[in-house]
Design a binder for this molecule. Structure first.
Ligand code: KG4
Ligand code: ZN
Length: 336
């Protein structure tokens, strides 16, 4: 089975071809981060318009790179949600139209399910069950995964997502969007001892997160300590240490509570080097990551997730809808 995957939930246009026998055949990505950088965050209308401009040429390109004709496709998968409604509609319209024209099944995929299955694209793929730490710009979650569609949300952020906290902290420090890589790079030169940021919700039981206090702490500390180059780097480091420490503490707790020894880390913040270093040092735990390119949004994970469901017997649907808000816990195993 050969599946074209289309991702347009936010500010990346991603397309890919995944094949049962040959694995990932090709993927192409256009990032809009330069378009949004001047505004300090994603502007939804600009995102939709750019997806419209990019999507057809990208699909042509990915098919050419895969050496595949569109008639060789057996199914089309696209991100149905969660995400920006206008942006989602672009991928959904294109993938649905192709599915109808080619008379193939089309399937709307859950973006976070695709993130948590992304490590399956690697040679060293995890087997079930595993605990997934999903850390993106819109979500922070710990999920017990017993199979495709068999998800138990163990904990999640009560306010800002981890990526959002990175992005807001970046803004406070005068760094460009997207903030995660910018904060991480400034933090490299910072002193980890100078500022001790709080580790929110680690002093009580439970697996939920809360990150909105971290940006307030950054703002207040910056006000009193000044904003010279060295102080900004120390703040970036202090923030990153607190974020990583908090995520690691909760992962350790989730693994202990579930008795599971495999951990998957996915979503944009999963690209963070300091987080990876600390998780790799966890005792008796095998940690799996997607390759760096597939931590952030991409078409490959959508093609893979669509393929996983369709090849397990799910039939696709004719429903042309997007679901900008969509709870991961509402998903069920593929229905044959
Ligand atoms: O998964 P993703 O590409 O998009 C969403 O679905 O949200 O995640 C984007 C988020 C952004 O908030 C970005 O700042 C963060 O991931 N990010 C990072 C790093 N690379 C991307 N955060 C920390 N360290 C990084 N190296
Ligand atoms: Zn994402």
């Amino acid at each position: 089975m050969r599946v074209l995957g289309v991702e347009t939930s936010c500010d990346e246009t991603g397309v890919a071809v995944y094949d049962s026998e040959r694995g990932l055949m090709a993927h192409c990505l256009h990032s809009q981060s330069d378009t949004h950088a001047v505004y300090g965050g994603v502007v939804p209308e600009l995102a939709s318009r750019d997806h419209i401009r990019r999507i057809s040429p990208l699909i042509q390109e990915v098919l050419a790179r895969a050496g595949s004709d569109r008639h060789d496709l057996d199914a089309l998968a696209y991100t149905r949600g969660p995400g920006l409604a206008g942006a989602l509609l672009v991928g959904a319209s294109v993938a649905r139209s192709m599915a109808w024209a080619l008379q193939r099944p089309g399937l709307g995929v859950h973006h976070m399910e695709a993130h948590l299955l992304a490590p399956m694209l690697e040679e060293q793929a995890p087997s079930f069950p595993f605990v997934a730490l999903l850390v993106s710009g819109g979500h922070t979650m710990l999920v017990r995964v017993d199979g495709v569609g068999r998800y138990q949300v163990l904990g999640q952020s009560l306010d800002d997502a981890a990526g959002e906290a990175f992005d807001k902290t970046a803004k406070l420090l005068g760094l460009s969007y997207p903030g995660g890589p910018a904060v991480a790079s400034l933090a490299n030169t910072g002193d980890p001892q100078r500022f001790r940021f709080p580790r929110p919700m680690t002093d009580r039981p439970g697996l939920d997160f809360s990150f909105s206090g971290l940006k307030t702490f950054t703002a207040n500390t910056a006000q009193s300590a000044g904003e010279d180059e060295a102080t900004r780097a120390d703040l970036a480091r202090g923030f990153e240490e607190a974020m990583v420490d908090t995520l690691v503490t909760k992962c350790r707790r989730a693994l202990a509570e579930t008795g599971v020894s495999r951990l998957v880390v996915a979503g944009g913040v999963g690209a963070n080097a300091r987080l990876r270093e600390r998780l790799d040092a966890l005792d008796a735990t095998e940690v799996f990551y997607p390759r760096i390119d597939f931590c952030t949004d991409n078409g490959a994970m959508i093609a893979y997730a669509g393929h996983a469901r369709l090849s397990a017997g799910e039939s696709g649907d004719n429903d042309f809808n997007v679901t900008p808000r969509w709870d991961l816990a509402s998903l069920t195993a593929p229905a044959a």
